[in-house]
Design a protein around this ligand. Structure first.
Ligand SMILES: *Cc1c(COP(=O)(O)O)cnc(C)c1O
Length: 373
């Protein structure tokens, strides 16, 4: 069987884990955490990067940083992972779901302004599959209303929007290093802070609500509880694993790009003949090559494709169910038909295997399996 995903080992993971243990600093913010922070700050030009135990935790930090309170509204795409919405619901916010564009499967920016009310406290675009949202429009609407934008960039690390790195456009962004993502340490994440006014507050929230970071910098002579917070640090053992991948990020991305582009060119004619839609990348956008998907004409054909691929030894998977129709999402009044694009895409989408260790034989098996459908 060709797996849908395999976490990759690219080289120095074991060496750095062993070194982190020898350094005798295996809790957060040790040698490898700092290396991850500075690598991402330098490569992306972000003011402050802090590793977290997951992207879900990083999203929770953004909700705390924005002082999200009961009754606040947060605009979130209907087609995303539950963590995007949970982070804000945990603070008592009401999610306001927005439908997606049929081409990029990202937040439909033409519907954004009509959803803004005097209670809107954040807009959370998700760069689905690592293809950027229409950020110029989203930022100009957000800025006009004075609403902060948090990029859920779980898919998009090292993708670009008009020559700007994804994750550097909103006031904050979040990354995932879960084993299903391009770069991994099993479970892990990061918060990217672009607004300097949020940096110190982020350090405090992440260190259990204490000013420990200032203490370590010698700015105060003892550290104490200064505000609400939690423990949002990544163990340095995991940071060692992650650093081994981040230091060769170009190599990982180049391989994924090759697989993605091979699928795209090899499947173009077949897709056209079958009425299957493949990903579209608007002008000026560089994807992060996170997901390669197909949109089948309907649910029946999508299910048939998954079964057909399985019979040919290929594991493929569908993706998000519409949040507004989920058991929890219905509490906010969601009904079938409210989000027609998400509802349709959710029924029709299938993701093909895409991971760093994929060889030519496996790719050929996938391509033969798909085109014999
Ligand atoms: C994977 C993912 C998350 C959650 O990441 P974790 O690191 O597993 O918490 C959040 N948002 C999106 C869009 C994701 O794909």
């Amino acid at each position: 069987m060709v797996d849908f995903n395999k976490p990759c080992i690219v080289g120095k993971e074991y060496e750095y884990i062993a070194d982190s243990i020898r350094e005798a600093h295996i809790s957060g913010d040790g040698k490898y955490s700092k290396l991850c922070h500075s690598l991402l700050e330098k490569e992306l030009g972000v003011k402050r990067v802090l590793t977290t135990p997951s992207c879900s935790h990083a999203l929770e930090m953004t909700a705390l940083l924005l002082d999200i309170k009961p009754g606040d509204e947060v605009i979130i795409p209907d087609f995303t992972f539950v963590s995007t919405v949970n982070a804000f619901v945990l603070r008592g916010a009401t999610p306001v779901f927005i439908d997606i564009r049929p081409d990029t499967l990202n937040m439909d920016e033409t519907r954004l302004e009509e959803l803004i009310t005097e209670k809107t406290r954040a807009i959370v675009p998700v760069h689905y599959a690592g293809i950027a949202c229409e950020m110029d429009t989203i930022m100009s609407i957000a800025n006009r209303h004075g609403i902060p934008v948090v990029e859920d960039n779980a898919h998009g690390l090292f993708g670009k929007y008009k020559n700007r790195w994804l994750g550097t456009i909103g006031c904050m962004a979040t990354q995932s290093f879960h084993e299903t993502k391009n770069f991994t340490c099993g479970e892990g994440g990061a918060i990217l802070i672009n607004d300097p006014a949020l940096i110190e507050k982020a350090e405090i929230i992440r260190e259990k609500g204490t000013n420990r970071s200032r203490f370590f910098r010698g700015q105060v002579d003892k550290y104490t509880w200064v505000s609400v917070g939690s423990s949002y640090l990544l163990s340095d053992i995991l940071a060692g694993f992650l650093y081994a991948q981040l230091e060769v990020w170009q190599e990982i991305q180049a391989k994924r790009k090759w697989i993605w582009q091979t699928y795209h060119s090899e499947l173009a004619a077949w897709a056209k003949s079958k009425g299957v839609v493949t990903p579209s990348v608007p002008e000026g956008i560089d994807p992060s090559w996170h997901i390669y998907y197909l949109l089948l004409p309907d649910l029946e054909q999508r299910q048939a494709m998954i079964t057909h691929l399985k019979d040919a030894g290929v594991n493929s998977v569908f993706h998000y169910l519409p949040l507004h129709l989920s058991e929890k999402g219905r509490e906010y009044g969601g009904k079938p038909g409210d989000m027609p694009v998400t509802e349709s895409v959710s029924d029709r989408l299938v993701r093909l295997p895409l991971y760093y260790d994929m060889g030519e034989l496996e790719m050929e098996q996938v391509l033969n399996a798909v085109t014999s459908f």
